[in-house]
Ligand binder design. Structure first.
Ligand code: GRF
Length: 184
C-alpha cells in the first residue's frame, strides 16, 4: 500500500508514520507540505524521502493551489493521502477526485470541536475527556466518517500544552497502526 503524507508543521505524526513503515507494511512514497518553513521537511530529508513543497501563498485562489495538488497526486498515484497536521482546507473537487482515499487526524473527540484550538476549548468547557479522532475527509470540515478515536481523562493539572503533548503521544502511536488497517 502506497501512501503520501501531507503536513504543515512540526511533523511528529509524519515521523512516526515514516518510522513505522516496515512494522505495518505500508510505503511512504512521497511527502507534501504547503509550508516552506515546516520543521517536518527535515524529517522527510533525514529519512531520504522526497518532500514536495508548494507554498499556498503563491496562489490567489484555493482552487488553483489544489489543482497543483491534484496534478501531483495523479503523478504519485497513492492508495491513500494521509493528512498529518496539514493546516489547509481541501477544495471539494479535490476531495471528490480522491473520495475515500483521504484520511485526517484531528486533535479532539469529534464531533466535538472541529476546527482550531481544540485543546483550549476542551479545557474551557470543563470536559472530563479529551482525545483524538482519525476520520475520512469529506468536503465538510472535520466531519467525515470516523475510523478510530482514543480518549483519556483530563486531569485538574492539565494545561493546553500538556493536552497537546498527551494527544500527540496517542496520535503518534495509533496513526501508523490505523493506516495499516486501511483497505486499498
Ligand atoms: C496533531 O495534533 C494533529 O491532530 C493536528 O495537528 C497536529 C500535528 O502535529 N491536525 P505534528 O505536526 O504531527 O506534530
Amino acid at each position: 500500500m502506497k501512501i503520501v503524507v501531507f503536513f504543515s508543521g512540526t511533523g511528529t505524526n509524519l515521523q512516526s508514520i515514516i518510522e513505522n513503515q516496515d512494522k505495518y507494511g505500508y510505503e511512504v512514497c512521497s511527502c507534501f507540505t504547503n509550508n516552506p518553513n515546516a520543521e517536518g521537511i527535515n524529517v522527510c530529508h533525514s529519512h531520504g524521502l522526497h518532500c514536495e513543497i508548494v507554498d499556498h501563498q503563491r496562489f490567489a485562489e484555493r482552487a488553483d493551489f489544489d489543482n497543483e495538488i491534484d496534478k501531483y497526486l495523479n503523478i504519485i498515484e497513492p492508495d491513500f493521502v494521509i493528512l498529518a497536521g496539514y493546516m489547509r482546507i481541501l477544495s471539494s473537487f479535490l476531495v471528490d477526485n480522491w473520495e475515500g482515499q483521504i484520511i485526517n487526524i484531528h486533535p479532539s473527540l469529534l464531533p466535538k470541536y472541529p476546527g482550531l484550538n481544540t485543546h483550549q476549548r476542551a479545557l474551557d468547557a470543563g470536559d472530563k475527556y479529551h482525545g483524538t479522532t482519525i476520520h475520512f475527509v469529506t468536503s465538510e470540515l472535520d466531519d467525515g466518517p470516523i475510523i478510530r478515536q482514543e480518549a483519556f481523562e483530563i486531569e485538574p493539572s492539565d494545561t493546553k500544552n500538556s493536552l497537546i503533548n498527551k494527544v500527540k503521544e496517542i496520535e503518534n502511536r495509533i496513526y501508523p497502526e490505523t493506516i495499516s488497517f486501511l483497505n486499498k
